[in-house]
Ligand binder design. Structure first.
Ligand SMILES: Nc1ncnc2c1ncn2[C@@H]1O[C@H](COP(=O)(O)OP(=O)(O)OP(=O)(O)O)[C@@H](O)[C@H]1O
Ligand SMILES: [Mg+2]
Length: 331
């Protein structure tokens, strides 16, 4: 079971990859729909699923040609995500597995994100704590053994990536919000405004991001449109980014103390954030595993890696499973 083909279609990226023994990426391609959804300021589900249909065969043919090998198994994102988008990947993968007579492994999208660190030159051993920060999730997860997860912290409302996207929209910055806020914040003063940090002072590991987003909205409304200079947008971006990231660092430190874990695996799109990466690397005295930039966002390689390890640990599936937009991590 050396080569696993990974398919990812949970949201707005059609990803396909071939990974050798769960760790070495042989070929990896992504078709991003950002320019298409960007004009709407967010992902339009119906358009996303149609785009996956258009691109999936081309993406898979491309990785197969480049890798020049027959995959021994196929792994596919089962959920969570957008139903229409997931269905395209799952049905494609089932047809592929059936025609090639190879095993199929359904993967939870968040498990996939966590396994993006297995693609690092120096990958983490178990047990570890995982900070999952993405468009739909903000979680602290204890991972003691492979494929068993204990969620010890979660968001009560918005996810951190979702908050970046909403604040960017409020500030008139392009979609997706994370990279555009980070870019604008580079020239700004993080102490220009002091924004609230949801639940930062509570003893719990829960997060809350809706108050921060609303605080930015109210501040923006106080400043007339003709007085909103590029410098002001940078200052408000930097102040927002500081608050959004600071609470992640605080709660991660708290979780390390509570669990006694000696390794931290960061996962999900927001793990591309430069301030988060810098602070975690500089301020924690445990091993921190940050995925390569190209594997922070959704991709097929992380799904292939998770699939390989699941197969090695005795998991497989028949063809009765289906896409599940709200599947839980331990299902
Ligand atoms: N540099 C960055 N700083 C902050 N946020 C970022 C950065 N780059 C990307 N993001 C955010 O990452 C999110 C996308 O990540 P990802 O693709 O993992 O999310 P998703 O797949 O939509 O959600 P989920 O993985 O929870 O299902 C977006 O919200 C985007 O704004
Ligand atoms: Mg994702």
């Amino acid at each position: 079971m050396n080569y696993v083909l990974g398919i990812e279609t949970s949201c707005d990226e059609t990803g396909a990859a071939i990974v050798k023994e769960g760790r070495k990426v042989i070929s990896n391609y992504l078709s991003s729909q950002v320019p298409i959804h960007g004009t709407f300021g967010g992902v339009v589900p119906e358009i996303a699923s149609r785009q996956h249909l258009i691109h999936i065969t081309r993406m898979v043919n491309r990785v197969l040609k480049e890798a020049d090998c027959e995959p021994d198994a196929i792994a596919v994102t089962q959920g969570p995500g957008l139903m229409g988008s997931l269905l395209v990947g799952v049905n494609f993968a089932k047809a592929f597995a059936w025609s090639k007579k190879i095993p199929i492994i359904p993967i939870h999208h968040i498990e996939g994100h966590i396994f993006s660190s297995m693609l690092l030159e120096k990958s983490p051993d178990f047990p570890f704590l995982s900070l999952v920060v993405s468009g739909g999730h903000t979680m602290l997860i204890e991972c003691k053994v492979p494929h068993h997860y204990t969620i010890i912290g979660n968001t009560r409302d918005d996810a951190v990536g979702e908050c970046f996207d909403k604040v960017a929209r409020i500030l008139g910055l392009p979609y997706p919000g994370g990279p555009s806020i980070q870019k604008s914040a580079d020239n700004g003063n993080p102490r220009y405004y002091s924004f609230p940090q949801g639940l930062a002072n509570s003893n719990s590991l829960e997060f809350s991001y809706s108050g921060l987003k609303t605080a930015v909205l109210y501040k923006v409304r106080e400043v007339p449109e003709n007085e909103r200079s590029t410098q002001w947008v940078s200052d408000i971006s930097a102040s927002f980014q500081w608050s959004a990231i600071d609470v992640l660092v605080t709660k991660t430190k708290m979780a390390i103390k509570k669990t006694g874990m000696k390794r931290l695996v960061v996962a999900g799109g927001v793990s591309a954030n430069a301030l988060l990466r810098k602070r975690l690397t500089e301020e924690l005295d445990i091993d921190v595993f940050l995925p390569d930039f190209k594997y922070c966002l959704d991709n097929g390689a992380m799904i292939a890696s998770a699939g390989y390890y699941r197969l090695m640990n005795g998991y497989s599936a028949d063809f009765t499973f289906t896409a599940n937009p709200s599947i839980s991590l331990n299902e």
